[in-house]
Design a protein around this ligand. Structure first.
Ligand code: NAP
Length: 350
């Protein structure tokens, strides 16, 4: 059943400070962040609706453990009517737009589709909210990739955007549109400019998860080599479970604003590799090979975030540091591979 919160009910709740009746619509709930955000909002007493697109086979492994606490509703960022229908039927207080084509190499091979999902998808959702209920609070998942080629670290909310990938460019479009709708229509629309954040639920094509999953397979004797592009590439990596708290906090402010969310620390792929292998009791030199074919066209060496504003205004602090993140990802992948090899099936994502 789909519940809807009428404008009267929303007013009643806000007058009585009653958060338990709040409802949120999350696009991209089947992704890494969507699953952590759903857990977090459920723990806050929200009614959580997750938008999923039609697929010939179920893709719900990251939210399977929440099946009796969230409601899945069909929609697609490529389809305007489906978004309008969802805003009407769900009547959310808050919309978190996390859906996107988020893998940079795919944005080079499919730049048009990436623009459609990741850029125009934001326009479709903003239009749906504006026409059905402009009082809905809107969060847009912006990214540090919008900074692109920067002159110097760190980057904050005032750093000019200079994207250098189709993904970054599409995200910059969505980012500016979110600002435009706020300024032009007075909507509560804001973007979180999030630096890289990882977890055991990260897709396998991303370098962090590729490493930790390979470490687990090597430990279990299922493979011997791990091929990587540049080991020198550097990133500001945080834990996804920490970052979704900042998304929610942004929608609880009196005024909508942009916030950078980051750890402020830069680590290389080499550091990640060293920590991951040693955590599993392995020597990375015995297993890692450099493959020039995997080197990215544009490497962004200087991306490091300054999250002072989020720390001050949102009271946000990350709970997991770099070493803790690598360790928890390795431990989770060791468990996953162990379960696969023993025939027990995948344990629930942690
Ligand atoms: P993710 O794991 O790749 O998840 C992407 C989600 O988008 C999936 O649920 C996917 O659904 C959904 N989706 C894609 N196209 C769609 C469409 N046309 N209609 C409806 N749903 C669609 O991404 P993530 O890591 O959770 O990131 C969440 C958001 O934050 C993304 O917008 C990403 O660009 C942004 N972001 C991420 C990071 C990071 O480091 N993780 C940093 C900054 C910003 P399916 O399961 O059906 O494919």
């Amino acid at each position: 059943m789909v519940y809807s919160l009428t404008p009267f009910a929303r007013l009643w709740c806000s007058l009585h400070g009653d958060d338990t009746l709040k409802s949120a619509l999350i696009t991209g709930i089947t992704g890494q962040d969507g699953s952590y955000l759903a857990e977090f909002l459920v723990s806050k007493g929200y009614r959580v609706y997750g938008m999923v697109r039609r697929s010939s086979s179920a893709n719900l492994s990251r939210v399977h453990h929440l099946h009796d606490r969230i409601e899945l509703v069909f929609g697609d960022l490529l389809d305007q009517n489906s978004l309008v229908g969802l805003i009407e039927s769900v009547g959310p207080d808050e919309v978190y737009n996390l859906a996107a084509q988020s893998f940079i190499p795919t944005s080079w091979s499919q730049p048009v589709l990436t623009g459609d999902f990741t850029g125009l998808g934001v326009a479709r959702m903003l239009e749906a909210i504006r026409t059905v209920d402009p009082g809905v609070r809107f969060y847009q998942a912006s990214t540090s990739e919008m900074f692109g080629k920067v002159n110097a670290p760190p980057q904050n909310e005032s750093t000019p955007l200079n994207p250098c990938t189709p993904y970054g460019a599409a995200k910059a479009y969505g980012h500016f549109l979110t600002v435009n709708y706020r300024e032009t229509y007075g909507m509560y629309a804001c973007s979180g400019i999030l630096f890289n954040h990882e977890s055991p639920r990260r897709a396998l094509e991303f370098v962090t998860r590729k490493i930790t999953h390979a470490v687990a397979r090597i430990k279990h004797g299922l493979q011997d080599k791990l091929k990587l592009g540049s080991m020198d590439a550097r990133r500001d990596w945080g834990f996804a479970g920490d970052y979704v708290r900042a998304m929610w906090a942004m929608l609880q402010q009196e005024e909508p604003e942009e916030f950078v969310v980051a750890t402020g620390e830069s680590h290389s792929v080499a550091e990640f590799v060293e920590r991951a292998f040693s955590h599993a009791g392995l020597a990375w030199e015995d297993h890692v090979e450099i493959d020039d074919q995997l080197i990215r066209r544009t490497e962004l060496e200087l991306l490091v975030g300054d999250a002072s504003k989020a720390r001050e205004k949102l009271g946000w602090e990350p709970a997991v540091d770099f070493e803790g993140l690598v360790d928890l990802m390795v431990d989770a992948d060791l468990e996953v591979v162990e379960a696969e090899t023993s025939g027990a099936g995948s344990p629930h994502s942690s």
